[in-house]
Design a protein around this ligand. Structure first.
Ligand code: IFM
Length: 452
């Protein structure tokens, strides 16, 4: 463990959110339904039937939320804009009310000295485009590029940093293979085609943004999981390789190597999934980026399991401490994925675009929320990020997930990731102790972490 503070002075200490998880106002000002409105409104799809219809009411309370962000000293704020709000028909002119809404937000962030980083797709596909086939259809990638170009034209004087797609793995595999996320389909070939079209959508959107805003900085938000074999047995290694291929390499290789991993193409040879790859697609996907964003939450130890028809493996139960999601707390995994990215893929500037933890926060008799477990989690992961810097990783920013508690997809409001507690009955915001702690970390430039 290092004893000096390795974070550079201009490190971007930030936090992340996403539109559907916080905005609410699902029917306001011309917004159309997205696949998440449809999915969440379908009985049995989300915990307790929760939906994002109201969420944190950020659509109306965003000034209060941005005042909190400024008070914490955030230097960066990663947000997403809602496709279903900006382009409700999934094609054509942008909705002026939505443009005004996001312009006001972006201008406000800038006036507070907070760098906005904008994600264009954080999972809220306009339902109308799913009705036309959704991400398994190539046309959806072209619709996305059109939306990206128009949005860059409309907002690009207020934002330099763009991330086209958030976590293409989750969109494709959780949404189209496992069916636990919108649109709730269970079709492996559809998921694989979706994966390619999301990769392509990233590349086409990058072209469209650059065409409108040549000075834009464009990056990724790839979810990177730390995968290891459960033992030295060759069968466990083979299963771990497939798991890594599916979760990491299917998305990183096309972005940074301009190819799909041979072992995955072979593994999926009977699905016809790769027929979706047309001439020129990989060049489009692999066009140079300005930064790379990594979302990190998991370490998986994979053991061979012949009963698993998909990848022939399963993750062993987590070891040690877990979050309220049951996710293993493994700070060193963040260092490992960052070092791997640098060693195997790219020397571009890196940002951790998401990392954080859900815990069952308890409100004390005095109203305070003493989330010591989250502080310990963040302290460990931030020190691991610092170690990656010491090992030579060009890490420039950390965007904590999340600024506030929010709608956690299939888990509804049952999982709280925020620095800020949301009382969903009253919409009251309360800073958790972790928020005060993060303010101190930012103010000290990382020196206040538990080094040594
Ligand atoms: O809440 C999500 C976010 O939308 C995408 N990345 C993972 C987070 C925690 O599950």
């Amino acid at each position: 463990m290092t004893e000096a503070n390795p974070f550079p002075k201009d490190f971007i200490w930030g936090a992340s959110t996403a539109a559907y998880q916080i905005e609410g106002a699902a029917e306001a000002d011309g917004r159309a339904p997205s696949i998440w409105d449809t999915f969440a409104a379908t009985p049995g799809k989300t915990r307790d039937g929760d939906t994002g219809a109201v969420a944190c009411d950020h659509y109306r309370r965003w000034r209060e939320d941005f005042a909190i962000a400024e008070d914490l000293g955030l230097r960066g704020y990663r947000m997403s804009v809602s496709w279903a709000r900006l382009q409700p028909a999934g094609r054509g002119e942008l909705n002026p009310a939505a443009v005004d809404f996001y312009r006001a937000q972006l201008a406000d962030l800038r006036s507070r000295g907070i760098l906005p980083v904008v994600t264009l797709y954080h999972w809220d596909l306009p339902q109308i485009l799913e009705d036309e086939g959704g991400w398994p259809e190539r046309e959806t990638a072209h619709r996305f590029a059109d939306y990206a170009g128009r949005t860059a034209a409309a907002l690009g004087d207020l934002v330099e940093d763009w991330i086209p797609v958030n976590e293409a793995w989750c969109v494709s595999f959780l949404g189209y293979h496992e069916g636990v996320h919108a649109p709730g389909r269970r079709d492996l070939t559809a998921a694989l085609r979706a994966a390619h079209h999301l990769n392509l959508a990233h590349g086409l959107a990058a072209e469209a943004i650059r065409a409108r805003r040549p000075a834009a900085r464009i990056g990724s938000a790839v979810i990177m999981t730390d995968v290891e074999a459960a033992s030295d047995r060759p069968a466990d290694h083979a299963a771990a390789q497939l798991s890594d291929g599916n979760g990491n390499r299917l998305f990183l290789d096309p972005l940074f190597k301009g190819s799909y991993p041979e072992d995955m193409v072979w593994h999926y040879r009977n699905t016809e999934a790769f027929d979706a790859v047309a001439a020129g697609d990989l060049e489009t996907i692999a066009a140079p980026l300005d930064f790379v964003g990594v979302n990190h939450y998991h370490r998986f130890r994979i053991a061979a399991d012949e009963t698993d028809a998909h990848l022939g493996g399963r993750a062993l139960p987590p070891e040690g401490q877990v979050t309220s999601f049951g996710w293993e707390v493994s700070p060193d995994s963040l260092r490992r994925v960052l070092e791997r990215l640098a060693a195997e893929y790219t020397d571009l500037p890196v940002h951790v675009t998401e990392n954080g933890a859900s815990f069952d926060d308890e409100i004390g008799p005095d109203g305070a929320i003493d989330d010591a477990a989250r502080i310990a989690y963040l302290d460990g992961y931030l020190r691991a990020a610092g170690e990656a810097i010491e090992k030579g990783v060009n890490l420039r920013g950390y965007f904590l997930w999340s600024l506030m508690d929010n709608f956690e997809w299939g888990e509804g409001y049952s999982k709280r990731f925020g620095l800020v507690h949301i009382d969903y009955e009253t919409q009251r915001r309360t800073l958790k102790r972790s928020a005060e702690w993060y303010r101190g970390v930012i103010a000290s430039g990382g020196a206040s972490l538990a080094w040594g």
